[in-house]
Design a protein around this ligand. Sequence first.
Ligand SMILES: Cc1cc2nc3c(=O)[nH]c(=O)nc-3n(C[C@H](O)[C@H](O)[C@H](O)COP(=O)(O)OP(=O)(O)OC[C@H]3O[C@@H](n4cnc5c(N)ncnc54)[C@H](O)[C@@H]3O)c2cc1C
Ligand code: FES
Length: 282
Amino acid sequence: MYKIVSKRKLNETMTWLVIEAPLVARKAKPGQFIILRTDEYGERIPLTMAGHDSERGTIDIIYAAVGRTTMLMDQLEEGDALEDVVGPLGKPTEMEGLKKVAVVGGGTGNALAYPLATGMHREGIQVDMIAGFKTKDMVILEDEFKAGTDRLYITTDDGSYGEKGFTTDKLKELIEAGNQYDEIVAVGPPVMMKFTCEIAKQYGIPSVASLTAYMVDGTGMCGGCRCVVGGENKFVCVDGPEFDGSLVDWDELIRRNSFYREQEQEDAAHVCRLTGGVRYHD
Ligand SMILES: Cc1cc2nc3c(=O)[nH]c(=O)nc-3n(C[C@H](O)[C@H](O)[C@H](O)COP(=O)(O)OP(=O)(O)OC[C@H]3O[C@@H](n4cnc5c(N)ncnc54)[C@H](O)[C@@H]3O)c2cc1C
Ligand code: FES
C-alpha cells in the first residue's frame, strides 16, 4: 500500500498529493509518470510525477478531479493509502544542448508542465513559463513557477488574472520581441498543443509536446495509447510521453481522446458522493 503523506488543495478541482513510494522515488526523473489504482477493483490511471524525494522515499502528483478514479482519490485523506503505484514509466525529458526554452502549459497541463519546467531550470536552462488558464479561480502553482523558472507569464481567457488571451498569443509576442528559443514545449489540451506546435513551426523553432493518450497497461502491450508521429504508430507509454510536436498527427489524437467521453460521463456519475463507493456494474 502507498500511504498519502500530505494532501493540499490547489483550487476547486486540483489537488497535490505526496505519496510514500520509495522504489519509484529512487529512480524518478522529470517527465516520467506513474500508473496508480485507488483500490483493488479500481481502474489504472496515469499521472505525471510533479516531483520526488529519493531520501524521504516520496513522490508528488498533482491531479484534476475529472472522472471516476480522480474523484475517488479526492475522497482519500492524509494517512489513507492507494492500492498500487507503478513507475517510473516513460522516457525522461530530453534536455541536452538546450540553453533557452519556452514552456507553454494549458489548464491541467500546467501540473504536467511544472516538473518539466522546473527540472529544466535546475539543469541551468533558461525557462520562460507561459501558464494559461480559463479564469482566475483556476490558476495554480503561481508561486512554485515563479520560484522554479526564469520568467512566468500567466494568461487567462477572460482576463480575470494575468494577461487576457491565449498562451499562443503570449508565445507569439515573446518570439516577435526577439526571444530566441532552442525549443518550445507544449503541455495541455491537444488543441492547444496543436496550435502551439504550429506557431513553433512557423518560426522554425523545434517543438516538443507531452501527450496524454488513454492508457491501460503502460508497458507497450495493449495498444491503448497509440498515436501517430511522423506517419508511424508510436505508444505514448514507452516511446513518450514527449514527442516532436511538428510530427504529431493532432487530428487523429483529438479524435481518439474523445472516443470514450460518453462512457466516462456515465462512470463519473456512479461515484457515490456520500460513501465514496463506486458501482462498477449495472
Ligand atoms: C502520461 C500521462 C500523464 C498524465 N498526467 C496527469 C497529471 O499529472 N495530472 C492530471 O490531472 N492528469 C494527468 N493525466 C490525465 C489523467 O490520466 C486522466 O485525467 C485520468 O486518467 C482521468 O481518470 P478518471 O477515471 O478520473 O476520469 P475518466 O472518467 O477516465 O475521464 C474524465 C475526463 O478526463 C479526460 N481524460 C481521461 N483520461 C485522459 C487522458 N489520459 N488524457 C487526457 N484526458 C483524459 C476524459 O476525456 C474525460 O473528459 C495524464 C495522462 C497521461 C497519459
Ligand atoms: S498503455 Fe498499453 S500500449 Fe501504452
